[in-house]
Structure formats: C-alpha cells, structure tokens
Design a protein around this ligand. Structure first.
Ligand SMILES: Nc1ncnc2c1ncn2[C@@H]1O[C@H](COP(=O)(O)OP(=O)(O)OP(=O)(O)O)[C@@H](O)[C@H]1O
Ligand SMILES: [Mg+2]
Length: 372
C-alpha cells in the first residue's frame, strides 16, 4: 500500500468568517477518503496569541488553543440567530477536533509533518496571502493561489484595477478610509452622490457579505459606512448593480484550467447577504443558470480571464452581475466556500465531479505544482 498523504486542513483562524471556515474544514476533512489521506484539522489562530490586531478575547482564545488549556464557545450570537441547526452542529464538531497549528505545521519531536495544506480559511489571515507566505517560508505545498494572487483578490480595490486592465467590466466606485472618514465624514456623502444612489457599501477586504449594505438613500449612508469600516480600514462605495447574479467556479492548473457550469443566485433578501449565503431556505442557487448558452459561455470566459489576470492557482470563483449586455465582475474569491453544498462544489457536481474527487484533484494539483 502506498503511503497515505498527510493533509493539514487549516480552518478557524481569526477572521470574522471563522465559523464558516470551521464548517468548511470539517466537511473537507470528512470527505477525503481515509484510505488515502491522513487528515489533521488545524487552527492557525493558535499562532496568534500575541497578535495585537486581535481583540483581547480573541488573543485569549488563541492562547487557550495554543496550550490546549480550555474550550472556548465557537459560536457567536449572529451564528445562533442566522445559521441553520445542522451548520451550528458542524461548527461545534470542528471546534472539538481542532489541533493548534503550532504543533501540526511545525511538528515537535515524534510528530509527523504534513505533506500538503488545504486552506479552508476565508478572509484576512487565511485567504489574503499572509498564511500562504508562512507556508512558502516553511516549504509546505498548499492548495490554491499563491501570495500575490491571494493578496490581490482579497483587496477589492486592487483586484478591480487588475480586472479592468484585463478588459473586464467592474463596478464604478470610490474608497473611504477609516482615518479619512474620521477627519471628514462628509466626504463619504459626496462620494456616494458622485456614484449615484442607490449605492452598495462594503469593506475592501472581507467576505460572506459581512459589513455589506445596500443603501437606497443618503440617510442610510453613515450607518453603512460605519458597518463596513468595522471590518476593514477601507470601505468601498460602489454603484449598485441590479440584474441577475451569477457566479462561476474555475478549477485546474495552468494547462488544464476550466470553468464550471454557471450558477445563478436568486434570493428574496435585498441582496446575497450572510443569511442568504448560509441558510438554504433563504436563497436558491440554480445550476446551470437560466441564461442562453452564449451568455453562459461568456460568463465562463469572464471567470477564466479574471482567474488568469489575477494569477490564481487551482481554484477560484468569480461573482458577477449580468444586466443586459453588461457583465460586471464584483469580485474573485481565491478560497471560495468549500462545504459540500457551497457554490463551487455544487457546480462541480453538475459537471460530473463529486465533492471528494474535487478535493482530491485540488490536492494533487497543489502537490504536482510543488514537484512532490
Ligand atoms: N456593486 C454591487 N451592486 C449590487 N450588489 C452588490 C454589489 N457588490 C456586492 N453586491 C452584493 O453583495 C454580495 C457580496 O458582495 P461581494 O461578493 O463583493 O462580497 P464578499 O463579502 O466578498 O462575498 P463572498 O462571500 O463571495 O466572499 C454579492 O453577492 C451581491 O449580492
Ligand atoms: Mg462574493
């Protein structure tokens, strides 16, 4: 029997998407066939007990993880309110199974090192190139985009510049910084007027629609900007694009890159917000999308072009809005949701690739790239 591949599934972390990441990590760990993979679920939050960007509460949590000195409630109030029960159970189970990254990535005597990392983290310190940099330093192969592409895609301002330069359509918008906003709060109002109401306000670097608000009228702007700035030190004020929301996954290496079937998102909520994303009753994700074939092909070409323009690797998911002839890219996710029911895995299934096979392909691709 060939040696099993030791996979470190990195989940948890310190971003606002910690809980989502835990559920994703657990599902990845559970779907990788035991015969071929020896999976360890590990939490990089354990490295961050001294990180001053974190709250005192997060640092205490990090410390408890690092020295395995106690259990911290993995659920926030928002999760209890907005996530379905099954999702909550998965988060709790993942939290039970976590080991601190300190021992799994840099093994102490007697512990086996991992062969490859599967990053199941979203947002800052996971999807933004920083963790990728740590893995580069340690020489550990990992699934997904490298440092530069991860950092570019996470930063919606930089990503839009690159995408526009590649000839893709992106939303018009302006940026408000936390410091600038504190100095002159009226500037956000002027920026929004110049963009034209309704506007869409969101943090520059965040995911899961956290801190995102549709603002219909000027009196709603201040609260929306404050909410976005609670997640990042820059907020985007964008033209609100009304139309059909589409998202397209891309998988593969440089030589065999392909776009998955297009998904159409329909929600009763005002936009595809946190609840709509994680509560299956709050939105419909239709795959293949109900658009003509030529439009679907165009959406796939846009996703491939966006993936290549940013220099992504292994996988990405490009979110866009279609209105008339205009197909506008909202953003590119380098670590899209990867639960079995998330968008990219769902469209892979439609393309005939079951979840476990998708995970195996991604791992193989990561290990091939690094020549192991
Ligand atoms: N300019 C815009 N006009 C209209 N709707 C928008 C706009 N920007 C974002 N949205 C809505 O908000 C949702 C979240 O936006 P976006 O995908 O940019 O952020 P995110 O939080 O990084 O998402 P993800 O969870 O995919 O990482 C979109 O799916 C869309 O429904
Ligand atoms: Mg998105």
């Amino acid at each position: 029997m060939t040696k099993r591949i030791r996979v470190g599934v990195l989940a948890g972390g310190a971003s606002a998407e910690r809980q989502i990441s835990l559920a994703t990590g657990l599902q990845i760990a559970e779907h990788l066939p035991k015969a071929r993979y020896d999976v360890v679920l590990m939490d990089p939050l354990a490295l961050m007990a001294g990180n001053r960007h974190l709250s005192a509460e997060q640092r205490a949590h990090a410390k408890a993880l690092a020295d395995r000195s106690g259990r911290v409630d993995p659920l926030t109030e928002r999760d209890r309110r907005e996530l379905p029960a099954e999702f909550l159970r998965q988060i709790e189970r993942a939290a039970e199974a976590l080991v601190p990254v300190t021992s799994a990535i840099v093994p102490s005597a007697g512990e086996a090192p991992i062969d490859v990392a599967f990053i199941a983290l979203h947002g800052p310190w996971g999807e933004d190139g920083t963790l990728q940099g740590l893995l580069e330093i340690l020489g550990i192969p990992y699934v997904g985009s490298g440092v530069l592409a991860s950092a570019l895609a996470m930063d919606k301002v930089m990503a839009k510049r690159i995408l526009a330069e590649a000839g893709l359509d992106v939303p018009r918008g302006a940026v408000v910084t936390r410091a600038g906003h504190a100095r002159s709060p009226a500037a956000a109002g002027e920026a929004a007027r110049a963009v034209g109401y309704p506007v869409f306000v969101k943090p520059v670097r965040q995911g899961s629609s956290l801190g995102a608000t549709l603002v219909e009228r000027p009196d709603g702007l201040a609260a929306a900007v404050d909410d976005a700035l609670a997640y990042d030190d820059r907020a985007l004020i964008e033209e609100r694009l009304a139309g059909t929301e589409l998202t397209v996954g891309v998988v593969g290496g440089d030589d065999d890159l392909f776009a998955l079937p297009v998904i159409e998102i329909v929600t009763e909520r005002t936009f595809f917000d946190y609840k709509a994303k994680y509560d299956p009753s709050a939105s419909q994700e239709i795959c293949p999308a109900r658009v003509p074939d030529d439009v679907a092909r165009r959406a796939q070409d846009v996703a491939l072009e966006a993936h290549r323009a940013l220099g992504c690797a292994d996988l990405s998911r490009t979110d866009m809005i279609l209105r008339g002839a205009r197909m506008t890219v909202l953003e590119v996710n380098t670590i899209p949701g990867m639960t079995a029911n998330s968008l990219l895995p769902k469209s892979a299934r439609v393309a005939g690739v079951p979840f476990a096979e998708l995970l195996e392909r991604l791992i193989r691709s990561a290990m091939d790239r690094t020549g192991r």
